[in-house]
Design a protein around this ligand. Structure first.
Ligand SMILES: Nc1ncnc2c1ncn2[C@@H]1O[C@H](COP(=O)(O)OP(=O)(O)OP(=O)(O)O)[C@@H](O)[C@H]1O
Length: 253
């Protein structure tokens, strides 16, 4: 019996009649883990997240979230895909409340939680603005607040900070770690940034050519101490993951 919270088993997928995009992917993510996926462009990371979210069906193999297929566990999954979109005609607060208001009328407690998350993500005072009145980084924060609002047990994040400057990105990485620790979320996080994967991840999986080439444990303290990025242990962890990524390069088409 598997103890995985999220289980991907012998997962294969192809877009239309094309060659497999994913082939034989096995991954067990335990509850509370922040698991990063790294890999060259086109190796299948987004496709893997879509399978985990139940947005597409595998050709073979299966996904289970606490033993259930994702289609039966939608309420337990929050996601932020690349270039998160907010609804232009809604306020920031209403955008954050969207996962609730799609199901029922938000209660005062939902509103309080939305405002709390916005404040935690540095957006106090912007709740009544419209998305076009926010910077790109603020929009990313609002999209993250929206994904976190229902306190989903599983968060699927596809390069959510890719468009941001380095400092905003580091702030959001810290916010994400704090919020996930508080909420007990399990996270599958796609990134191209090796340092980001090492800073965030309990483990990092390297994808290549539609397969998981290697999974490495990140042996750094939790919570991440201040100044960690300047420390030799961090540089060594980054170098180890970089070497795994370079080793996998020959596998990637
Ligand atoms: N809708 C689609 N129809 C056909 N092929 C697709 C479709 N979406 C993705 N692909 C192909 O599937 C492969 C994997 O795409 P995917 O988006 O999963 O890669 P990725 O690793 O997330 O890439 P990136 O890092 O550039 O976002 C690519 O070769 C891509 O061209």
């Amino acid at each position: 019996m598997s103890t995985a919270f999220l289980e991907l088993k012998a997962l294969s997928f192809a877009h239309g009649g094309a060659a497999p995009t994913l082939a034989g992917v096995d991954l067990d993510v335990p509850r509370g883990e922040l698991h990063c996926l790294l890999g060259r462009s086109g190796c299948g990371k987004t496709t893997l997240l879509k399978l985990a979210a139940g947005l597409v069906e595998p050709r073979s193999g299966h996904v289970r979230l606490r033993g259930r297929p994702p289609a039966q566990a939608r309420a337990d999954i929050g996601f932020v895909f690349q270039s998160p979109t907010l609804l232009e005609w809604h306020s920031v607060l209403d955008n954050v409340l969207l996962p609730i208001s799609l199901q029922r009328r938000p209660a005062p407690a939902d509103r309080d939680r939305a405002l709390h998350l916005l404040a935690r993500l540095g957006l106090d005072g912007l709740a009544q603005r419209h998305p076009r009145q926010l910077s790109g980084g603020q929009q990313s924060r609002a999209a993250l607040a929206r994904a976190l609002l229902p306190a989903p047990p599983l968060l699927l994040l596809d390069e959510p900070f890719a468009a941001l400057d380095a400092i905003t990105r580091e702030e959001l990485q810290q916010d994400l770690l704090r919020l996930c620790a508080d909420e007990g979320s399990t996270v599958l996080f796609v990134t191209h940034d090796i340092a980001e994967a090492v800073y965030l991840g309990d483990r990092v999986s390297v994808m290549a050519g539609g397969r998981l080439a290697r999974t490495l444990v990140v042996d750094l303290p939790r919570p991440r101490p201040p100044g960690l990025r300047a420390h030799g242990t961090f540089a060594r962890a980054v170098a180890r993951v970089r070497a795994a990524l370079e080793d996998s390069a020959g596998v990637c088409a």
